[in-house]
Design a protein around this ligand. Structure first.
Ligand code: ADP
Ligand code: TRP
Length: 326
């Protein structure tokens, strides 16, 4: 049996990039009966950027609702909120003490934001160590993530090496699982879709707002009559990630044939999303009206997660030379 673990920050409502890059593939893996899955909301990582307690809470529920709406079975698996498991910060400290400083200065997540170093908090700098603790606290075998998290997984594996070299075989070496097909989902401006670039598509929005987001996808300025290149078009790129082979072929023909405007392509993408995700959208909205239900599931998950966390931490405490608490 393999133990699958992944986390997603609660820095907003999960967008199409999060869904295709992380949530949907992870749920698929969780359905394999040979696997045991632990999925969590990384609300402590979110604290590196979110300072408003109300949004932090609201985003946590929206993230949880997205997982559940897309079919994650919270009874069979373990679904929890990172901040409900205080053991993770203790393990993080042990990892802090074996991680070389220069390794962190090389992290993309830090480098990207460090041009304004005076604005960077230490939490952002040590972010990869908290992430490693998230993974190692549960002896995870496989960690499904988007391509942008690859370096963090490599760092986690390095930390296992450092720790086990010093203290003997203690921590489990995890493996990342990156779906090369989805890799990086482009946003409405062609850059990586991300909450931080505000270029995302939120499939849970009400129809009109969702349509507005899709209509804002950037394209070149070719007129309706002209023939267009699908491969360089953001609308087409997103469409191919969702549509059937037949529909993709048809859309390609429409582009090259002319008399087909970007407005038509955007409308087709909008209709496809509404149709494809209609039950997920309605489940999400129902759940957001019943946050106590989400809370209840998270509490149950935290109980199950803490049992594993405490047993791993017990092993680690003994190795570093601490007395175990009873
Ligand atoms: P964001 O960049 O919007 O803040 P997160 O960093 O919270 O997204 O990412 C959560 C998960 O979703 C990660 O596993 C990440 O790799 C995946 N992910 C985020 N954006 C994309 C994208 N554009 N394409 C593919 N996967 C993505
Ligand atoms: N850093 C991840 C992201 O932004 C979220 C995350 C936190 C995570 N801890 C994790 C992902 C542990 C996988 C495993 O996407």
């Amino acid at each position: 049996m393999a133990r699958i673990l992944t986390g997603i920050q609660s820095s907003g409502t999960p967008h199409l990039g999060n869904l295709l890059g992380a949530i949907i593939p992870a749920i698929k893996l969780s359905k394999d009966s040979k696997n045991e899955s632990l999925f969590f909301i990384a609300d402590m990582h979110s604290l590196t950027s979110i300072r408003d307690p109300k949004s932090l809470k609201e985003n946590t529920y929206a993230t949880a609702a997205a997982w559940i709406a897309f079919g994650f079975n919270t009874e069979k698996n373990i679904f929890y909120r990172q901040s409900d498991i205080p053991e993770v910060t203790e393990l993080m400290w042990y990892l802090n003490c074996i991680t070389p400083f220069p390794m962190l200065t090389n992290a993309h997540s830090f480098k990207d934001k460090s041009s304004k170093v005076h604005n960077v908090n230490t939490g952002l700098f040590t972010y990869p160590i908290l992430m490693a603790a998230d993974i190692l606290l549960y002896d995870a075998d496989i960690v499904p993530v988007g391509k942008d998290q690859k370096q963090h997984l490599e760092m986690t594996r390095d930390m296992v090496g450092f720790f086990n070299n010093i203290y003997g075989d203690t921590l489990t070496l995890p493996q990342s699982k990156i779906d090369e097909k989805v890799m990086t989902i482009p946003g409405i401006d062609g850059r990586k879709m991300s909450k931080s670039y505000n270029n995302f598509i939120n499939v849970f929005l009400p129809d009109k707002k969702l349509r507005k987001q899709i209509m804002a996808i950037q394209t070149d300025s070719k007129g309706i009559k002209e023939s267009k290149d699908p491969q360089s078009c953001n609308v087409f790129k997103i469409y191919t990630l969702l549509a059937s082979d037949g529909d993709i072929e048809q859309m390609e023909k429409n582009y090259s044939g002319g008399n087909y405007g970007y407005g038509h392509a955007k409308q087709a993408l909008y209709e496809l999303i509404i149709d494809k995700y209609s039950s997920e959208r309605s489940r999400f909205n129902k759940l957001m009206d019943q946050q106590d239900l989400i809370e209840n599931q998270l509490q149950k998950g935290a109980k199950k997660a803490r049992i594993i966390a405490q047993s791993v931490l017990k092993r680690v405490r003994a190795k570093v030379g601490y007395k175990n608490m009873t």
